[in-house]
Design a protein. Structure first.
Length: 295
């Protein structure tokens, strides 16, 4: 780790404080290489562009991806189901799922009921024990939950030139197993999520993370001299992410009231270097994590 620390100092890469103690982990060694790549900012911009695109998956995308508890519930369900099918884990039941995610039992139950009604989760009775109901995510749910991981893999391809995304797009079962492996890593040691306090704050609000991606994408586009088509007005953001104007204001207040960024007339103003640093390290960690798992 000392050698990596010295290299980062030589490359003038300021380490995000939450990551400092984890630099020896393989995922952060790869992530550090991404951060030092001359094309890194463009790769993050490409990720942000992908995340803020209008989504054809209208129901229940806003209820699934765009809020931490709901996203983690679906993410963990996919992981449980994948490991069960591989014969390496227990049956994915409602009771088990409720013990693994941050929401209340009622919140988890209500979310799964909605997903079942929409055909995104199937409940199957165990033929040997009819009291056991197993939950199975369907391919559309798997691909929606994998939207961010796949976008990060596409961004790492811009830095490495690999073709991992093409293989994943061609076989949803590979994506399914990718999420399964990711949940194992997340449960064993969280070195990719908890260190990022501001990112976590945004993910706790409906569409908060997507709004953060819009803000950071606008900043990076401006810095790189590229176009950013999504205005940062309350109207434009509320329409794109299907939330109220007031909610957009509340989400942006996470950073604007602290002076960490400013927005004027729908355009990004100043962005505090520590916020850009945090989002950059977050993005590099996610790229490295999912790219390593997809290899």
């Amino acid at each position: 780790m000392d050698q990596l620390r010295a290299k980062l100092d030589r490359d003038r890469l300021v380490v995000h404080p939450g990551v400092e103690k984890h630099l020896g982990e393989p995922v952060w060694q790869l992530a550090s290489g991404y951060l030092g790549h001359s094309g890194f900012d463009r790769a993050v911009l490409a990720y942000c562009r992908s995340m803020v695109e209008a989504n054809a998956f209208r129901w229940p995308a806003n209820k699934i991806f765009a809020q931490k508890m709901r996203y983690i519930t679906c993410y963990m369900l996919i992981g449980l189901s994948a490991r069960f099918e591989e014969g390496t884990g227990p049956a994915p039941t409602m009771t088990l799922l409720q013990t693994l995610v941050p929401g209340s039992a009622r919140q988890v139950s209500d979310l799964i009921s909605g997903l079942r009604a929409g055909g995104y989760v199937v409940a199957e009775q165990n033929a040997r024990d009819r009291r056991e109901i197993r939950l199975r995510p369907t391919p559309p749910l798997v691909m929606e939950i994998a939207r961010s991981p796949l976008a990060f893999i596409s961004s790492s391809a811009l830095l490495e030139g690999h073709s991992l995304r093409e293989a994943l797009d061609a076989d949803v079962s590979l994506v399914y197993r990718l999420i399964g492996r990711s949940t194992i890593a997340f449960q064993s040691m969280d070195v990719l999520f908890t260190p990022f306090e501001t990112v976590v704050d945004f993910t706790g609000r409906d569409s908060g993370y997507l709004i953060l991606c819009a803000v950071m994408g606008a900043h990076l586009a401006g810095a790189l001299g590229e176009d950013w088509p999504l205005a940062l007005t309350y109207d434009a953001l509320s329409q794109r992410f299907q939330v109220s104007r007031q909610h957009v204001g509340n989400v942006l207040a996470i950073a604007t009231t602290q002076g960490r960024l400013s927005i004027h007339g729908g355009r990004i103003g100043a962005v505090e270097p520590s916020l850009l640093q945090e989002f950059s390290w977050w993005s590099a960690g996610q790229m490295a994590h999912f790219t390593m798992l997809a290899r």
